[in-house]
Design a protein. Structure first.
Length: 313
């Protein structure tokens, strides 16, 4: 019998937490941890991963302007507040929750998600939580994965066409990937569904160059070493009393009142039981990340550099 695996698109959920409750010093932290609990409760997974961003080295080598349109003002007060609270969320998640916080230093979270799915058994039930439409391409390769949109609170419909081909034809303006001139959504769909017509268009060298470049940027990357270079940043040590005290200092009163807190803790029971029973279940490198890259500052810089690539539409 397969396992239930839940994969959370980390920055997608972190940016989503910018909306909602907006009082106090840590509203994003409140929204984030209040929002994660019902997702875990809904899917009741055996294992849960939270993917973070790395610097997309390969994509930037292909196109230095990849996602260059996503500009943020580092002096903007709301953005500085987000960065501070984002770090708090990640620190608390990796220190106190049975959720495996993972990242690859040279790939985006999307690629990490793809490689985790790829490493799951065929009878595992895998759910990816994100509002990022790029994950639709998972449907074209895997039969055991579902995509849950946390905004619409619904499963994303599986396409009846090859999503990577379609998107490579029409481009992705959100990622600063330009499509083929004259090809919009309808034309791209027609080309995908008419292979002979697509092959005819590919005889044009300019058409072919743009198409092949876009495929390289849009299609998820398969790691040459599997998941051996994906870093596992979680301690996986249970201490509910300590995290409750932290939430109390943040004045998250509605979360820590007795009846609410009991429900909150119970939500993660199944995850904790699997952490205790079989820690070998983790598919990522558990070596301390300092030994991989040197210092904490290195990771902070990577997160800063990756910010533009993680802003979610």
């Amino acid at each position: 019998m397969g396992k239930k695996v839940l994969i959370l698109d980390g920055y997608n959920l972190l940016h989503r937490a910018r909306s909602g409750f907006n009082r106090g010093d840590f509203p994003i932290v409140f929204n984030f941890f209040r929002g994660v609990r019902p997702i875990v409760e809904k899917f009741n997974p055996d294992f849960c991963y939270f993917t973070l961003e790395g610097v997309p080295v390969d994509n930037l080598a292909i196109d230095p302007q990849y996602k260059a349109n996503r500009v943020v003002d580092p002096d903007d007060e709301s953005y500085k507040s987000f960065k501070t609270q984002k770090k708090v969320c990640i620190d608390l998640l990796q220190s106190y929750f049975p959720i495996r916080v993972v990242k690859h230093p040279h790939y985006e979270a999307d690629d990490v998600v793809y490689n985790i799915v790829k490493n799951c058994a065929s009878d595992d039930e895998v759910t990816v939580v994100s509002s990022d439409s790029d994950f639709i391409q998972l449907y074209n390769e895997f039969d055991n994965v579902d995509l849950w949109n946390p905004i619409s609170k619904s499963f994303v419909k599986k396409p009846d066409y090859d999503y990577v081909t379609w998107k490579s034809l029409r481009g992705d303006t959100g990622d600063n990937i330009f499509g083929i001139p004259g090809v919009g959504d309808k034309t791209a769909l027609k080309l995908v569904r008419t292979p002979s017509l697509l092959q005819e268009k590919l005889q044009n060298q300019n058409f072919k160059n743009i198409f092949e470049k876009n495929i390289s940027l849009i299609k998820f990357s398969s790691f040459s070493g599997g998941l051996s270079n994906v870093l596992h940043l979680s301690s996986l040590k249970m201490n509910w009393n300590e995290i409750r005290e932290i939430f109390e200092t943040f004045e998250f009163h509605s979360m820590i009142k007795e009846s609410t807190w009991e429900k909150y803790v119970k939500t993660f029971d199944n995850l904790w039981s699997h952490v205790k029973k079989d820690e070998s279940c983790t598919v990522v490198n558990t070596a301390p990340f300092e030994s991989e890259v040197g210092t904490d500052e290195y990771w902070n810089n990577l997160l800063d550099d990756a910010e533009r690539g993680a802003l979610s539409s």
